[in-house]
Design a protein around this ligand. Structure first.
Ligand code: FAD
Ligand code: SF4
Length: 474
């Protein structure tokens, strides 16, 4: 008999007033007993509706049935048949809009907690499996991967298992992409990401760090080095700014820069050697995952955090939502836009200096007379307007974190790869670009959804496309 409890088995987590003061993982994961209890809620539906929502087609009912029987290692192997990063995806995938929203148990109650079960199984295998990845026999063919995010890592793993000699070129000093530099420790412990990277090394994948493709070497030069296929998975790390004057004042950050300092350089630790701005009252602008991540990170450091969004709902996952409300340190300001930045010394525009009353316009300059290298302008507040009521107000602030979108840094290879009007690399769902042997994977290519799992799905598709291409070429 299935467990007909309409509610998911709750997952233990740190209490709100504890977790908002540390960077340890918020959710603590299921015990074996909890996992079995939750797995027994699954009805093992014949037509598997949950699978239609999974971008990598994890065999959900089959792995859950194995969990219900207590066969956790077998369940992990079942997931691994189609998903390269289950411990990561079990934590960061928006399951409520993917697999779980198709679950029939969701009709009269809560869906089966597919994400929590995936996480449990992957963690169990990591802690208990004695199997070690071994390098397969080489097929003698070299391939290069640009960028060590989830797209590149998945592609690297699939190609290494097929016997390719895989080299991953990564611009930063650490592999992992956004998993390492963007998503904070309290949502995704870095040891889990590192374990996935170590497994790839065991499979024979070579990582070349601090190597910017397009600058250190071009795509053509990589071909010249003997790589027969190149997979460009360099993500979308170029921040977008709001375009009001003064965004170069001290105290204004892009979310990416701030999160990189926090995650990659551990800037929240006392003994960190990277400076971090300990602002007291701050605002984050944006409504997506990155903005909410930024707000929750700041909630652990600043005294007061305001999240400003031009719409009335956030696009981030429900887990985020609850956490955000419960921390009691983040105030959500919906339907609001930033109209001006205030700074000390003040910002001024050419119009101001001419004595007119014109409001500041995008492109206005910092007041060169008042500002000096010894006393550079520092943010002191912002003007905001409610787009529905038209009411304006001034918010005194000492930190503003802009998180309204990211784009690919394609300037490095723009002469080689075709870009769409928004600056993304043109490639369809097969990931093939117009250049034979070059594939575009993950966030940098034109596509509707930019998530960890869709990036990983691209990596897997590209590996199989390339295998066909290289086999025909031989
Ligand atoms: P990335 O992860 O961006 O990796 C690209 C890598 O390429 C980077 O390591 C970069 O340094 C490297 N690189 C760039 N240029 C070069 C070059 N020229 N040469 C060599 N290397 C280069 N998605 C979810 O599903 N759930 C979430 O909860 C979630 N939260 C997020 C929170 C934040 C703060 C951010 C920023 C994103 C979040 N996302 C989330 C989105 C998700 O992380 C991305 O969709 C995913 O990481 C994209 O993977 P990728 O491999 O394409 O690129
Ligand atoms: Fe189980 Fe829900 Fe999938 Fe049915 S839809 S097989 S109940 S997880």
């Amino acid at each position: 008999m299935p467990n007909m409890n309409p509610k998911k088995c709750p997952m233990p987590e740190q209490a709100p007033d504890v977790r908002n003061k540390n960077f340890d993982e918020v959710t603590l994961g299921y015990t074996a007993e909890m996992a079995v209890e939750e797995a027994q809620r699954c009805l093992n539906c014949k037509n598997k509706p949950c699978m239609t929502g999974c971008p990598v087609q994890v065999k959900i009912p089959e792995f859950i049935a194995l969990v219900a029987e207590g066969k956790f290692l077998e369940a992990a192997a079942k997931i691994k048949e189609t998903s390269a990063l289950p411990a990561v995806c079990g934590r960061v995938c928006p399951q409520e809009s993917q697999c779980e929203c198709h679950c029939v148990r969701g009709i009269k109650g809560e869906p089966v907690a597919i994400g929590r079960l995936e996480r449990f199984v992957a963690d169990y295998a990591r802690e208990n499996s004695t199997e070690k990845a071994v390098k397969p026999e080489s097929n003698g063919h070299k391939v290069a991967i640009v960028g060590a995010g989830p797209a590149g890592l998945t592609c690297a793993g699939d190609l290494a298992r097929l016997g390719y000699e895989v080299t991953v070129f990564e611009a930063l000093h650490t592999a992992g992409g956004v998993l390492m530099y963007g998503i904070p420790e309290f949502r995704l412990p870095k040891a889990i990401v590192q374990k996935e990277i170590d497994t790839l090394k065991d499979l024979g994948v070579e990582f070349v760090l601090n190597f910017v493709v397009g600058r250190s070497e071009t795509i053509d030069e990589l071909f010249g080095d003997g790589f027969e296929a190149i997979f460009v998975g360099s993500g979308a790390g170029l921040p977008t700014f709001i375009g009001v004057p003064g965004e170069n004042a001290n105290g204004v950050y892009s979310a990416n820069e701030y999160l990189t300092r926090i995650n990659l350089m551990k800037a929240y630790k006392e003994n960190s050697d990277t400076p971090i701005y300990h602002a007291k009252k701050v605002a984050v602008v944006g409504g997506g995952n990155t903005a909410v991540t930024d707000a929750l990170t700041l909630a652990r450091i600043a005294k007061k955090v305001i999240l400003i969004h031009r719409r009335d709902t956030l696009r981030a996952s429900e887990i985020y939502h609850d956490t955000l409300m419960e921390t009691d340190n983040v105030t959500f300001l919906p339907d609001t836009i930033v109209t001006a930045l205030l700074a000390d010394p003040p910002l001024s525009s050419a119009a101001d200096r001419a004595g007119t009353a014109a409001p500041l316009q995008a492109g206005a300059v910092l007041d060169a007379a008042a500002a000096s290298p010894a006393h550079p302008p520092r943010l002191s507040g912002i003007r905001v307007r409610n787009v529905k009521s038209g009411v304006e107000e001034t918010l005194p602030l000492d930190g503003l974190f802009v998180s309204i979108g990211r784009k690919p840094v394609t300037a490095l290879y723009k002469d080689q790869l075709a870009l769409d009007a928004s600056g993304y690399v043109v490639a369809d769902e097969t990931t093939a670009t117009a250049i034979p042997g070059v594939y575009a994977v993950g966030d940098l290519r034109t596509k509707p959804l930019r998530q960890v799992i869709t990036a990983a799905a691209d990596g897997a598709v590209a590996a199989h496309m390339a295998e066909d291409y290289l086999t025909q070429k031989r």
